[in-house]
Design a protein around this ligand. Structure first.
Ligand SMILES: NC(=O)c1ccc[n+]([C@@H]2O[C@H](COP(=O)([O-])OP(=O)(O)OC[C@H]3O[C@@H](n4cnc5c(N)ncnc54)[C@H](OP(=O)(O)O)[C@@H]3O)[C@@H](O)[C@H]2O)c1
Length: 288
């Protein structure tokens, strides 16, 4: 249990609902380990009160920042005083730093993904061809970060092609890499054989059954990432391993996006291993 007294610094997460958030576990474990008098709180806020809640936080002296989760990552933009250039391009914020009564927005999702890919996956995306399946918020964050990392080509495959096209035009107007949109009516065999890295940025795979794309398209020349972390091993990851591909699940992205927020708020190096152990413990207990 974190100690709480008159000097405790507060951070938290705004979203709705929040019953299943894992962020308090990650951050409170880090505060505990570093013996910091900080506490991370869930702050469930209904849609009609979002502005009021953020303006309230702005004036609370010991509130240092909040994470933002579904469904507010896009909506908070209009409430902020400053927005990092990356969050502006992505069009979504997942971390707010409160400084001198100002709300400053960042997006650490993409950075979390890239750190996970490089540190835990051992994969350098520079000059590689990448396929992202899905065209929602996570897809945009990952796509922008990969474009900043100088990938060769980014291909976006989505059920609704117009949304894939939207991600492509966002990329075209900001970056020089090649981009192309696809839907499931296109030639998937040649699409999959043209890429090195495949990323599932859809929620498909959280339960058994439906898969984000035909899994027999995965071969041993692919590196496969699933952004899903519940379950830790999705069918996609299991089959990809069986097909000889290298894989990475969504756990490390979750960890590193949290670690990046921790750094923004505390200016300290996050204790990654402690945060990771705390996260794995909860996820494993939820799975059993
Ligand atoms: N590991 C992490 O730290 C982390 C961070 C962020 C997100 N995530 C995970 O990433 C996933 C996507 O999140 P998001 O925020 O991007 O969600 P989102 O904005 O709602 O986008 C979901 C995407 O999945 C597609 N999709 C949804 N259901 C589908 C179905 N039944 N068949 C085909 N396509 C379907 C949607 O296609 P349409 O455009 O056609 O609707 C859309 O492109 C979630 O599982 C989330 O938990 C993980």
């Amino acid at each position: 249990m974190p100690r709480v007294d008159g000097k405790t610094k507060l951070v938290g997460i705004i979203g709705y609902p929040l019953e299943h958030t894992l962020s308090p576990v990650i951050h409170n474990a880090a505060f505990d380990f570093l013996d910091l008098n900080w506490c991370y709180l869930p702050l469930p806020v209904e849609d009609m009160f979002l502005d009021e809640a953020l303006n309230g936080l702005r004036v609370i002296k010991n509130f240092v920042g909040v994470n933002v989760t579904m469904p507010y990552k896009e909506k908070v933009l209009s409430c902020l005083d400053e927005i990092s250039s990356c969050a502006q391009i992505v069009g979504a914020v997942n971390t707010i730093h409160i400084k001198d009564n100002k709300l400053i927005g960042y997006n650490t999702d993409g950075r979390g993904f890239l750190t996970a890919l490089v540190n835990d996956g051992g994969f350098d995306p520079k000059d590689k061809n990448v396929l992202i399946v899905g065209a929602g918020g996570a897809s945009r964050s990952v796509a922008v970060t990969l474009a900043l990392s100088k990938v060769n080509e980014l291909k976006i495959l989505n059920r609704t092609k117009e949304r894939a096209e939207e991600v492509c035009s966002l990329l075209r107007s900001n970056f020089a890499c090649g981009v192309e949109a696809f839907d499931f009516g296109d030639d998937l065999e040649s699409l999959f054989s043209s890429v090195d890295l495949i990323i599932n940025a859809t929620p498909i795979g959280m339960s058994v059954g439906e898969q984000p794309f035909p899994l027999d398209l995965i071969s041993n020349k692919h590196f496969v990432c699933d952004l899903i972390y519940k379950p830790l091993e999705t069918t996609l990851i299991r089959v990809a391993k069986n097909n000889g591909a290298k894989t990475l699940n969504g756990l490390s992205m979750l960890l590193y996006q949290g670690a990046a927020a921790f750094e923004i708020w505390t200016h300290l190096e996050p204790p990654i291993e402690i945060m990771c152990e705390a996260l794995k413990k909860v996820l494993k207990s939820e799975e059993s």
